[in-house]
Design a protein around this ligand. Structure first.
Ligand code: UD1
Ligand code: MG
Length: 415
């Protein structure tokens, strides 16, 4: 089997996104879109991933840091996708293997599809193999042009298409596998003869066909996988598709999502079996939810939240950067931030942790089996012993506990 590397194109200035940020850093369900493309490459096992960066490239590198098998390649001027691949020449000119090329703005590509692409490429002994998709609305994408026998003749960009070519529904999602040597020979010959005056990678494909090498295009992508992100509208479309994937996987793992259309769950969230997510719940960031929990409706869980098992969070409950042990209940209108909450604690309606004093964020530690009455304000930093009982409507600070000799913590049981 040939050695395989991947090139991910991520240098483009995204005019259509109308943004100062590198396009590939825009988030899809909480992760930068490039992260998904990297995942797909890792899953199929490539030996190295060359990521071509340019516009706002420093930020991209900073976000992903130094990762083992990633080589960052600079493209100083964005002269087109062929030019971007050419920037890898010094690394790959002598590489005798296969080169997978993907775009950083195509985060929906699945590893299984890439596996199909590889199998087809190897069994067909082709110089290049492309995975294509058939879309009801192909506008904006490069079209796959085939002859009367179905053999691929080339790719024509949307802006260069004749009216007949515009009607073609088979498109190029930019997922290619090349014999590396053939690829770099063809790239040398690409000219910017097109409406945009760019060096097109798609022209390298036509060039390879022109020199008599075998090139195959297989319709391996579902329309959903082929969505490339060039605009904010496509960003939201891709996020919707990714969200459905995330939710489908959670449901297969035994999570009930009562109303998928009105629930938003971050790609990084983990949720255990038999947990029920009620409508209008928003889960953002790295959040871990255990088994048998009931979340929502209208709950907001933020980064760094860990819920153990059988936790119940109800309407308008926000939890951030907190660990809630088994059996915690906060059913109505609560904010729990930067807290550790012990087993079976009941947080009454409208009770909150006051975690920010205007300058610093502090933690609240609540022991096991505490009862926090309604409308309590727990001022951090605060430590409540196991079994503490906080009166409804109390404002509790560490000083108030110390002054009362701990009495404030047990108030209600006496009163
Ligand atoms: C490209 C394809 C088109 C395909 C579509 C799929 C070409 C010429 N066209 O068009 O056939 O249907 O993707 O989504 O390849 N980039 C660089 N350097 C550059 C230019 C682009 O790194 O100089 C990167 C971009 O950051 C992006 C990717 O290459 O991740 C594709 O560029 P983009 O401008 O989005 O091309 P499309 O018009 O979408
Ligand atoms: Mg694009």
């Amino acid at each position: 089997m040939a050695e395989r590397v991947a090139i991910i194109l991520a240098a483009g200035v995204s005019k259509r996104m109308n943004t100062q940020l590198a396009k590939v850093l825009h988030e899809v369900c909480g992760r930068p879109m490039l992260a998904y493309v990297l995942d797909a490459c890792r899953e199929i096992g490539v030996s190295k991933i060359y990521v071509v960066v340019g516009f706002s490239g420093e930020h991209v590198k900073e976000r992903f840091g130094e990762v083992d098998n990633i080589v960052w390649v600079e493209q100083d001027e964005q002269l087109g996708t062929a030019h971007a691949v050419m920037c890898c020449k010094e690394h790959l000119k002598d590489f005798d293997g296969e080169t997978l090329i993907l775009c950083g703005d195509g985060p929906l590509i699945r590893a299984e599809t890439l596996k199909t692409l590889i199998e087809k490429h190897e069994s067909g002994q082709s110089a290049a193999t492309l995975a294509t998709a058939v879309l009801d609305d192909p506008s904006g994408y490069g079209r796959i042009i085939r002859d009367a026998y179905g053999n691929m003749q080339g790719i024509v960009e949307d802006s260069d298409c004749t009216p007949e070519q515009l009607a073609v529904k088979e498109i190029n999602p930019s997922n290619y596998l090349f014999n590396n040597k053939v690829l770099f020979e063809a790239l040398e010959k690409v000219k910017p003869d097109n409406v945009k005056k760019e060096y097109y990678l798609t022209d390298a494909v036509s060039g390879i066909i022109g020199t008599g090498h075998k090139v195959e295009a297989i319709t391996a992508l579902s329309p959903e996988e082929a969505v490339g992100i060039n605009s904010r509208a496509q960003l939201s479309e891709a996020s919707k598709i990714m969200q459905r994937r995330i939710q489908r996987e959670l449901m297969e793992n035994g999570v009930t999502i009562v109303d998928p259309d009105n629930t938003w769950i971050d790609a990084r969230a983990q949720i255990g079996q038999d947990t029920v997510i009620e409508p209008f719940t928003y889960i953002h960031g790295e959040v871990k939810i255990g088994r048998g929990c009931r979340i929502g409706p209208f709950a907001y869980l933020r980064h760094g939240t860990v819920l153990k098992n059988d936790v119940v969070l109800g309407v308008y409950t926000e939890v951030k950067n907190s660990i809630l042990a088994d059996g915690v209940r906060a059913r109505h209108h609560s904010f729990i931030g930067d807290a550790t909450v012990g087993e079976n604690v009941n947080v009454g309606a409208g009770s909150i942790t006051a975690n920010f004093d205007g300058q610093n964020i502090s933690r609240t530690n609540i022991g096991n089996n505490c009862y926090i009455g309604s409308g309590a304000v727990l001022i951090a930093p605060l430590e409540l012993k196991d079994g503490s009982h906080i009166n409804a409507g109390t404002v509790v600070s560490q000083e108030s506990i110390n002054e009362s000799g701990g009495k404030a913590e047990r108030d209600v049981s006496e009163g």
